[in-house]
Design a protein around this ligand. Sequence first.
Ligand SMILES: *[C@@H]1O[C@H](CO)[C@@H](O)[C@H](O)[C@H]1NC(C)=O
Length: 288
Amino acid sequence: MKPPARRPLLGLLAAAALLSCLLLLAPPPRLFPSSSSSARAPTSPYAHRPKLLFLLAGQSNMAGRGAPTSPLPAPYLPHPRLLRLAADRRWVAASPPLHADIDTHKTCGLGPAMPFAHRLLLSSSDLLVLGLVPCAVGGTRIWMWARGQPLYEAAVARARAAVAGGGGALGAVLWFQGESDTIEVDDARAYGGKMERLVADLREDLGSPNLLVIQVSVGLASGEGNYTDIVRDAQRSINLPNVILVDAMGLPLSDDQLHLSTEAQLRLGEMLAQAYLEFESSRDPKAI
Ligand SMILES: *[C@@H]1O[C@H](CO)[C@@H](O)[C@H](O)[C@H]1NC(C)=O
């Protein structure tokens, strides 16, 4: 795999990290905890380093429902420079399930963000620190993510806390939502307008007018509603700059025919990383 050209943003963050911080020795890798103890994880020694931040938003397939395997695939293992903003807004080492203290009404499993992040770490400098900001909640419709709604306000507050806690820059919003909007035709038809509004509001409220949004287009074989095609068309038709699409259609589903399997989430993480890296290497540095 050829490493892509160094992105200006990553270079900037790396330089800032080098200048502003003592170089910490990487702690030795820890064994994956057998219990779901991420909420109690100690604050990461990298908590105060500038980070490249990713907001994880949407519904269950972003929160992650892939069944954990033993041993976990390597892209789900903790890495010293891969952090997660816990529900209590501390930076802790990221380890699955990333949404265990966010999407609390369901049993969370493996999602796309760990493999996404590992792929970015592989193709960037040794100084890059990644900060994942989980905000996804299963079963949510897009109207619940409108400005003023609790989910939207919580995501904005968490993103602001992430930027404030150690500093850094927003790399992208990873958005995987829309399955629940395929059930009612009115929801499906309103999807495009609501999504465009959401992107515009997020950019405004986060003071980041060029913020990249990577949408995963819904691609369920069955299980949710009859209006998947309307939602997919809406996702393809979003008419805003710096909104790109990764297609989940065809990725293998779990036995419930609704959620992506672990294998699918591994592939989706890789696809999201490729989309991000390609976008960043083509983006005009002046636009960042
Ligand atoms: C989809 O359409 C079929 C046939 O009209 C109907 O039986 C089914 O209940 C619909 N599914 C949903 C989730 O509305």
